[in-house]
Design a protein around this ligand. Structure first.
Ligand SMILES: CC(C)(COP(=O)(O)OP(=O)(O)OC[C@H]1O[C@@H](n2cnc3c(N)ncnc32)[C@H](O)[C@@H]1OP(=O)(O)O)[C@@H](O)C(=O)NCCC(=O)NCCS
Length: 148
């Protein structure tokens, strides 16, 4: 059961700093502010934040092309993990994509990112390929997809 205080909403430009802080605390190659700005501002991109009592504790970013979508990133703040927040935010994105007529969702995830792969499998994503050394030497990307 997710926290009743959790609110998922579309990201705004004023959220960029908080989203960057989430990225810097969690991702080996954090996105630049321009990339996050484009996630929020471009009409073919989607960005949602999870807010708990006024603090941003998670976010998801994705890009659509025709009837397909690629999820670029999902992060939950370190001290808030394991509480169902990513499940909630990913579920909302998938609902919106389905409503918008998107038929297929894709993503890449580092092969040893156990929590993220488990999250995606829980949401029905399946593996369809591997990109060797995608994140650097020995750091392969697992390619996953889900039909909506
Ligand atoms: C991946 C991540 C977003 C999960 O966020 P979270 O809010 O902790 O996830 P949830 O609490 O919603 O958990 C959802 C599912 O993920 C899996 N999961 C989460 N943490 C896990 C862990 N430490 N080990 C194994 N599986 C885990 C489980 O399947 C879990 O479902 P369950 O609770 O029913 O077993 C978070 O670990 C994170 O921010 N990691 C760093 C950023 C990252 O790697 N993002 C993915 C880039 S592709």
């Amino acid at each position: 059961m997710t926290d009743p205080d959790l609110v998922i909403r579309s990201a705004e430009l004023s959220d960029i700093k908080c989203i960057m802080a989430l990225e810097q605390g969690s991702i080996v190659h954090p996105w630049e502010s321009e990339a996050i700005k484009s996630l929020i501002a471009d009409k073919n991109k989607k960005c949602y934040v999870a807010e708990l009592k006024g603090e941003i504790v998670g976010y998801i970013g994705a890009e659509t092309v025709l009837d397909e979508c690629n999820i670029g990133n999902i992060v939950t703040r370190k001290d808030c993990r394991g509480r169902g927040f990513a499940t909630e935010i990913l579920g909302i994105l998938l609902d919106v994509l389905k409503r918008d007529g998107i038929s297929k969702v894709f993503l890449e995830v580092e092969h040893d990112n156990v929590p993220a792969i488990a999250l995606y499998e829980k949401h029905g994503f399946t593996r369809y390929g591997l990109r060797s050394d995608y994140y650097g030497p020995g750091k392969d990307a697992v390619l996953m997809t889900k039909a909506l």
